[in-house]
Ligand binder design. Sequence first.
Ligand SMILES: [Zn+2]
Length: 292
Amino acid sequence: MTISMFNALTIDVEDYWSIFFRDWLHIEAEPSDAVVKNTKWFLQTLGEFNIKATFFVLGEVAEKFPELVKEIACKGHEVGVHGFYHKKIFELDSDTFKKEVGSAKKLLEDITGQKVLGHRAPAFSFNADTQWALEVLAECGFKYDSSISPAQGSRLGWPGFKKEIHRANLPSGKSILEVPMSAVSLGIVELRVGGGYMRHFPYLYTKLAVKTIQRKRPVVLYVHPYEIDVQELALNTDNLTRKQRKRALQFHKMQLRNRNTVGWKFTKLLNEFKFTSIREVINSTAENEASL
Ligand SMILES: [Zn+2]
């Protein structure tokens, strides 16, 4: 395989607060405007560096903010699916998963007028028990998946999974390209590159991780728009009980930690390394050429 000099930059577009309300407080809440504001920061920064990325967008965000999705596509970035309501794969059965990813794919294709090729599962929730989901993705017409975290010692992931981009042959006879998340070995644990690891660890960790991995294969780095947001809670807490409100505020306080470092760390990375979308990384490797 020809080693690409370019790494893959991926941005999982979700509204933190609607997911928090749903998963932790069991209250349905639509995505807030914060997702638009934060995603626009990434669009502008990438524009300044003339770098393209892959934006995996949640169906519910696309439904409420179609103009944002249009803007991502118009600026030449790749748009992929990040589920519809951010449900982890192991919480869903095959039919519900198919409905989630199928409707999100159709919605994104209708908005952008472009074919959607890729999928990123919420919370990297692929493991050896949810292999069936790769079959569903192939059936729905996805050309690649980028969800599997081969990290050992991680709560969510598939330890021992192959780290290179490769074609996974499925029991049905279909196949799909897998673009695994990058992992760094540190003795008995392996850590991902981006997200909370970029936010909470010193910049040097991400820099050394990218430098080391890209000698062997393209890095797959991820980040969320909300990670740069240092503002107050974006959703209305008036209707919460005292207990729920306390929980939300405590959670928010914890989540704000180190968010003020993400902007400069991200910008520094763009300065020091080469990044592009997953689509371009796949197209630039001889083995995968013409596979999209
Ligand atoms: Zn997510």
